[in-house]
Ligand binder design. Structure first.
Ligand SMILES: Nc1ncnc2c1ncn2[C@@H]1O[C@H](COP(=O)(O)OP(=O)(O)OP(=O)(O)O)[C@@H](O)[C@H]1O
Length: 274
């Protein structure tokens, strides 16, 4: 049986006037990497803060099992501290701190120990925040747009560090991102938020298997498949389908979408009520 590391049931959060999350239910398996995606304002940060215990739900509940580390979008670190001081503070504040691992990660990130946080670039600060989170050896690692300010090399290295942590400690990772291309091949699970609701919470492999892009004559009957998105030309119909059974089309009319394309199509199209 798969053990669950993060579980939400009927989770809702209302900021004064704004309902940021509504009736969200999902389960994330331990040791998996979840990409949390959605448009600006969809509720990603709110969901992570709730899972980290920094906000209290207005309704329902969310539970993360074990030691949780959360890195917020603005990567809060004391600007007047040096990198070495940040690490020392991390050690004092966290009983599970792995100092040797922290040193190694700082070295890999090329961060000078004597440099002050205030003098780091946004991307370097993001890497340091990630080091601090990883060095706590948490069971659940919640990262709010961890890669957004990093250059491509730093993104790759940070993702690698996260993947090593997952492999070594079976860490459960949830990371939000607006750019999915980075996460393709890294995430096992997709949690897609749409205006505060869970639109998809599924295994990435299953999602990719169950969606196809087809280019067919206009009058083709697509039943029993569900059309996520379609574009009709003069004679052709191009559609992203969620399969409702075997797809009986010639191979040249069928393509597999990338995860990025799939998510973009879902985000462009609001759910049509059944
Ligand atoms: N402190 C707050 N007070 C009032 N409304 C808020 C607050 N924080 C967020 N919101 C609103 O709640 C909704 C969800 O915000 P949230 O930051 O969770 O979205 P997000 O998906 O993380 O967005 P982004 O991709 O832009 O970071 C938005 O409409 C936002 O304006």
């Amino acid at each position: 049986m798969v053990s669950v590391a993060v579980r939400a049931r009927g989770l809702g959060l209302r900021y004064r006037r704004k309902e940021a999350l509504r009736d969200c239910s999902f389960e994330l398996a331990a040791g998996r990497v979840t990409a949390l995606v959605g448009a600006n304002g969809a509720g990603k940060s709110t969901l992570l803060k709730l899972a980290a215990g920094l906000l209290r739900p207005s309704s329902g509940e969310v539970e993360a099992i074990g030691e949780v580390a959360f890195v917020a979008q603005d990567k809060p670190l004391y600007r007047s501290f040096t990198v070495a001081e940040v690490l020392r503070f991390g050690q004092v504040a966290n009983p599970g701190w792995d100092a040797a691992y922290a040193d190694r990660l700082v070295e890999e990130a090329g961060l000078a120990r004597t440099g002050r946080v205030g003098g780091l670039s946004g991307g370097q600060r993001a890497r340091l925040a990630l080091v601090v989170a990883l060095a706590r050896r948490p069971q659940v690692l919640l990262l709010d747009e961890p890669l957004s300010e990093m250059d491509p090399a730093a993104r790759q290295e940070s993702l690698r560090a996260i993947m090593v942590a997952v492999a070594e400690n079976a860490t459960t990772v949830v990371l939000s991102s607006l750019v999915l291309a980075d996460l393709e091949g890294v995430c096992d699970h997709l949690l897609l938020l749409d205006q505060g609701r869970v639109r998809l919470s599924e295994d990435v492999e299953t999602l990719l298997e169950q969606h196809k892009v087809v280019a067919v004559p206009r009058d083709t009957d697509l039943w029993p498949h569900r059309v996520v998105e379609s574009r009709t030309g003069e004679r052709q119909l191009r559609a992203l389908l969620r399969l409702g059974g075997p797809l009986k089309l010639p191979a040249e009319q069928v393509d597999t979408p990338s995860l990025d394309e799939l998510v973009a199509a879902y985000l462009r199209h609001e759910e049509v009520a059944a």
